[in-house]
Write a protein that binds this ligand. Structure first.
Ligand code: LLP
Length: 426
């Protein structure tokens, strides 16, 4: 394995014969055969992550509901289903994708702060395991929809624990200056209301602390408080079966210390025991981010004001995280060589904030070379757009047998397919 190559799981992405590989396939082969930009995911990598998460929670009564928002490609959903995961969805679209991938109702939890009537109805039709409810209005609407159908909706109330958690402001969800969940002091009243409404069954309690959390400490702080609150909720008559602790398990992108999952598991195990409930986990990023990279093609090298820019064929339309959160993603040349210079890696999008990385040590690159942007298996393609009428990237899944394209690159015709007929055929 090459020195200093960190773009994801090290035994999945490594250096061989002077270039970068994903499992048994060189990234330059994928770049040549599929074209760029292209997301490349490793099946073995995702399997390993799933197994590692399961084993960190050994002894804790729990189920994993993969958070589809991180990467909802059907091949990824099917893979996680085959491993035994359920799925956490936040829209009718994600519910549809989950159903397309073969998930049954009992394998689905439905979260999200703004589920409309049609979406809630779709969840009822699918007979899902649990709705995570975030407001009194939603609880009332769900009960009314249940009554119309002669069905009872299984619910958990999502609690906003009113806690500051050390992560990017845009991925904090657990304090009152964010829109998420129900205020701590209103939670018991909502369970009482659930009983009065009649067509909802309060079966669980739920929270989510934020995303990219790299310390077990917020979980350790929140869980005993939740146990105390759930104890009070139980006195309203609710017999809780589930404690959904959300997702948020972080993945360092820079070789920094990993989240101590066993410490999270210990706190969750203690809570499960105290309440005699099953723990539901909703991890997204942890399972998929380090098992994927974004493959970019170098278009041009140019110097401007003393800076070297490598302009690539991918940017914030494909991977928004650097622009949106200032997120660091390692970027490595696929054809290896000693770093001789520092360069800004930028995209083709007409925005100053369209960059993948700044001041990155790089070997001298030629037009046509490939770059791999690391830790891009989660919140990469899922957050991509057609801005500047760019066609969204292809997605590739590498497995022990080789690789296959699991989503083709969009065509020009795809760009106009939903609009009035086009005069000039693309
Ligand atoms: N459960 C709930 C209720 C959530 O809101 C989220 C993420 C998850 C589970 C999964 O979180 P994870 O385990 O992936 O951290 N776009 C951002 C992340 C936003 C996450 C929103 N909610 C990013 O690229 O970092």
């Amino acid at each position: 394995m090459g020195e200093g190559v960190l773009i994801g799981l090290p035994d999945i992405f490594f250096e061989r014969d002077g270039e970068l590989w994903c499992e048994g396939v060189s990234l330059s082969r994928i770049g040549r055969e599929v074209g760029t930009p292209c997301y490349v995911y490793s099946e073995t990598g995702i399997r390993r992550r799933y197994d590692a998460l399961r084993s960190a929670f050994t002894g804790v009564p729990c189920r994993i509901f993969y958070s589809a928002k991180a990467n909802a490609n059907l091949a990824i959903l099917r893979l996680l289903r085959s491993l035994g995961a359920g799925v956490d969805v936040v829209s009718q679209g994600e519910l549809f994708r989950a159903r397309c991938a073969g998930f049954q109702g009992r394998d689905i939890v439905f979260g999200g702060v703004g589920k409309g009537a049609e979406e809630l109805g779709a969840g009822l039709e699918a007979e899902i395991l649990l709705f995570n409810v975030e407001s009194e209005g939603e609880l009332r609407r769900l009960s009314a929809l249940g009554a119309e159908r002669g069905a009872r909706a299984p619910v958990a109330i999502r609690v906003n624990p009113g806690m500051a958690v050390d992560t990017h402001a845009y991925t904090q969800t657990a304090h009152y200056e964010t829109k998420f969940g129900v205020a701590w002091e209103d939670v018991e009243d909502l369970y009482r209301l659930a009983f009065r409404l009649g067509s909802v069954d309060p079966l669980g309690i739920d929270f989510h602390l934020g995303s990219q959390i790299l310390s077990p400490e917020p979980y350790r702080r929140a869980l005993p408080r939740l146990v105390e609150l759930a104890g009070r909720v139980a006195r309203t008559g609710a017999s809780l079966r589930y404690l959904d602790i959300g997702g948020g398990f972080g993945v360092p992108h820079d070789g920094g210390p990993e989240l101590d999952l066993s410490a999270v598991a210990e706190a969750a195990g203690a809570a499960a025991k105290a309440l005699d409930v099953e723990i539901l986990l909703e991890p997204g990023r942890w399972l998929v981010a380090p098992a994927g990279v974004l493959l970019a093609g170098v278009l041009y090298a140019k110097r401007l004001g003393g800076r070297l820019y490598y302009v690539t064929d991918t940017g914030s339309n494909d991977l928004l995280r650097p622009s949106y959160y200032g997120a660091y993603h390692p970027i490595e040349a696929v054809r290896r060589g000693p770093a001789t210079t520092a360069a800004d890696i930028v995209g083709p999008v007409c925005e100053t904030g369209d960059f993948l990385g700044r001041d990155r040590p790089m070997p001298a690159l030629q037009e046509g070379d490939f770059l791999a942007v690391g830790f891009a298996g989660g919140y990469g393609f899922a957050m991509s757009s057609n801005y500047n009428a760019r066609r969204r990237a292809a997605e590739v899944l590498v497995s022990a047998d080789g690789y296959r394209v699991v989503r083709r690159r969009e065509s020009l015709a795809d760009l106009v397919a939903l609009e009035e007929p086009c005069e000039a055929g693309p």
